[in-house]
Design a protein around this ligand. Sequence first.
Ligand code: GLU
Ligand code: ZN
Length: 482
Amino acid sequence: MAPRVRFAPSPTGRLHVGNVRTALFAYLAARAAGGTFVLRIEDTDRRRYDPDALADIYDNLTWLGLRWDEGPGAGGPHAPYIQSERVAGHRAVAERLVASGHAYRCYCDAARLERVRATHNGYDRRCRNLTPEQRSRHEEGGAAPVIRFRVPLEGSTRYDDLLLGSIERRNSDINPDPVLLKSDGFPTYHLAAIADDHDMAISHVLRAQEWVSSAPLHLLIFAACGWQPPRYAHLPAVNGPDGKKLGKRHGATAVHEFRRRGILPEALVNYLALLGWSAGDDREFFSLAELERCFGIDRLGRAGAVFDHQKLEWFNGHYIRGLPPARLAVALRPYLRDAGIDVAEGAAETALAELLRERISVLDEAPARAAFLGPDRDLPAAELVPRRLTAAAAATILQQASPLLEHLPSGDGEHALEDRLRELARAQGVKFGDLMMTIRMATTGSKVSPPLFGSLRVLGEQRLHARLARALHTLQAAAEEA
Ligand code: GLU
Ligand code: ZN
């Protein structure tokens, strides 16, 4: 049967690379087997609910191309899958479990629970075996009960994790009698996730390894309900280079931060796919479409994966170079604009994209590389004279070179221009490098820039000659003073 796989994020914080790798693997597990990918928003914890986080989930999954077949916005038969809209069903499941004796009402107040937490490992099961009289006394007192799951005291629970193999836990080691339904009538994660996984006929659960210790409890609840559980695959953690769980101290971890910096979705998908999965050979580059064909749960690794920013940027550089320049130009627009760099849309910005594509691995590196396109400004003589030259020599160079730069050639024409500049250097008795440096400093305001002729073409002849004239003026004044 075609698998039904869900991604079930809680909208409590921005989607980070760990969540989104889980989403990617769940998506691929569904696609690769011709199954269904379900998005379910687990928002029953109303205190931690954050509407921005919800928008962030939709936005970033869409940006990455992880289209869901069922769930909010997908318009499927049961959509939208917003867990908080389903609490009536969750309550009914809790009541059924109370009726069948698999769950019970607990009337303990917060102060008491606080006290027993200190001396017991969690809850002390005080309400597990209340007599009907005790129960009605509590009910009359008006206490708002919670519903707890009755974890068996004996035996053990075992299952075969698709990734980790056989997992077995003594029932006496399971958290004593976790809450299924809170006193406000809202389900806890355990109840809501299980009821929904059943309702949505989920066949495979891929989720973070932090949930592996909850899996035996979940299987007990499935069994108590008389339901067939899904197969579980608990994915190894994504760690920082120091081996610790990826966190803020390792730099950016939120998807929106990568996106803002100019990581391309193709690069993030490709890189994340390899954090815990391999095709079985050394192949590194995969498009989403290719992954949809060749992904398999059986090729997931068990070892923790290390998130390496440099490797991600390396992938990103690869995908940047693969973009047609006109598309790269459009992608670069907001970054350049934010930095106050104005480039005319069309030929000029495409030429700039061609100049930058080999020189950036993240889009937000572009403004620094394109700084020469910033507003024209007066440069002091000190910034116009290369180390081995005088102001007078630099002035002469600019004067003589300006006519040669009247019409900027491209392609093979560049060689002819270069030859003429070499001749000029020889005639002036200066090194060709110093001559080029003089032109570079006057026209780009910097000792380093992308290749000079290409930069000048992007700058445009009008600005180029205005800058040459301005620099010449400064140098002549400095030469007279000297
Ligand atoms: N809402 C849970 C989370 O965001 C889902 C865990 C699960 O996949 O069962 O971690
Ligand atoms: Zn109690």
